[in-house]
Write a protein that binds this ligand. Structure first.
Ligand code: TRP
Length: 336
């Protein structure tokens, strides 16, 4: 079967990403670009499995795509496009709906979490969310998928679908997918509670740094970030049981391309007041070029749309023949 590696990942159109999305995921994607053939897709079809205001969905889709580019993903080196623009995804998702078993979908913990108590009122789309996700990946014969740990079960399901398809039709057509699980080490936590992930959905804007936050907002949020009363420890072992300290040290290490050990060697013994000044400056400096590119792109939505159309064309050129072959294997008549 396949010997080459191809990365695929999907990202929800949640608007301008947070520092957490950037340091936890996007930055790793940038580091891998050029080494392996990579495809990044803003998943608007997945987004509407729960209600989305149409204007907001459009705006947030553009913002996320622009942010990926501003963070350094280069549309000349990797594919960046919007899921609904490439019809191969929904064509293959339908076939996968007929391969996946209801019993498999019933085990998905994300459905249970997102549907909540009133499961009967959840959309049918939310229920088949993972079959579309399998189609996203397998429409490109991609085999490496960088995701957070919460998506692991969906990737196992995608492998079950691929295997059942291959088995039922007696082919060796879909590859096995390997998850590239983002390390917990790179996880950025809330500035208000070091035990919770930094998140867009946190009601407090002070809990997160948004990539569009200006200099003053970043400095303010870091200054106000929750800490404990002790000075910084000299060694990483001293971060045990101090989630807020660990988080701030981790952020400084990440934006200065260093390691927590080295940050503590330099700043151990300092109080948080002084440390936060250093952190705010480093963060502002690291984000400045990204923010400048982001602003330029967001001021020119037509250019974002042009780049996305180009991305979709290239994506379709890969996915269409693969999905056409899947349709042929299933027994659909060729369409001209
Ligand atoms: N479900 C993923 C998330 O919420 C997004 C996603 C959609 C995805 N399709 C994908 C991730 C394909 C990886 C591969 O984060």
């Amino acid at each position: 079967m396949l010997t080459h590696k191809r990365i695929f990942s999907g990202i929800q159109p949640s608007g301008v990403p947070t520092l957490g999305n950037y340091l936890g995921a996007i930055r790793n994607w940038v580091a891998m670009q050029g080494k392996t053939d990579s495809i990044y897709c803003v998943v608007d079809l997945h987004a509407i499995t729960v209600w989305q205001d149409p204007k907001q969905l459009a705006r947030q889709t553009r913002e996320m795509a622009a942010a990926l580019m501003a963070c350094g993903l280069d549309p000349a080196k990797v594919l960046i496009f919007v899921q609904s623009h490439v019809h191969a995804h929904t064509r293959l998702a339908w076939i996968f709906n007929c391969v996946a078993r209801i019993g498999w979908l019933n085990r998905m913990t994300q459905f249970k979490d997102k549907a909540g108590k009133d499961r009967e009122a959840a959309s049918a789309g939310l229920y088949v969310y993972p079959t579309l996700m399998a189609a996203d990946i397998l429409a490109y014969h991609a085999n490496l998928v960088p995701v957070g740990d919460d998506q692991r079960q969906h990737l196992e399901l995608a492998n079950d679908i691929a295997e059942k398809f291959n088995h039922d039709y007696g082919v060796a057509f879909f590859p096995t997918i390997e998850p590239l699980i983002q390390g917990v080490a790179a996880r950025v936590m809330s500035l208000r509670d070091g035990t919770k992930k930094m998140s867009k959905s946190d009601p407090s804007d002070q809990s997160r740094i948004n990539l569009t936050d200006d200099r003053d907002a970043i400095a303010f949020k870091i200054r106000r970030a929750k800490t404990d009363p002790e000075p910084l420890p000299e060694h990483v072992s001293g971060l045990e049981g101090r989630p807020e300290a660990r988080n701030l040290v981790g952020i400084l290490a990440a934006v200065t391309d260093s390691l927590p050990e080295n940050v503590l060697r330099e700043h151990g013994g300092k109080g948080f007041g002084a440390f936060k000044e250093v952190l705010a400056e480093a963060l502002i400096a690291h984000l400045a070029p990204i923010q400048e590119r982001l602003k330029r792109l967001l001021d020119d939505p037509a250019e974002i749309d042009r780049l996305l159309r180009q991305g979709a064309e290239k994506a379709a050129a890969i996915a269409d023949p693969i999905v056409a072959e899947a349709e042929r294997i299933v027994g659909f008549l060729p369409r001209g």
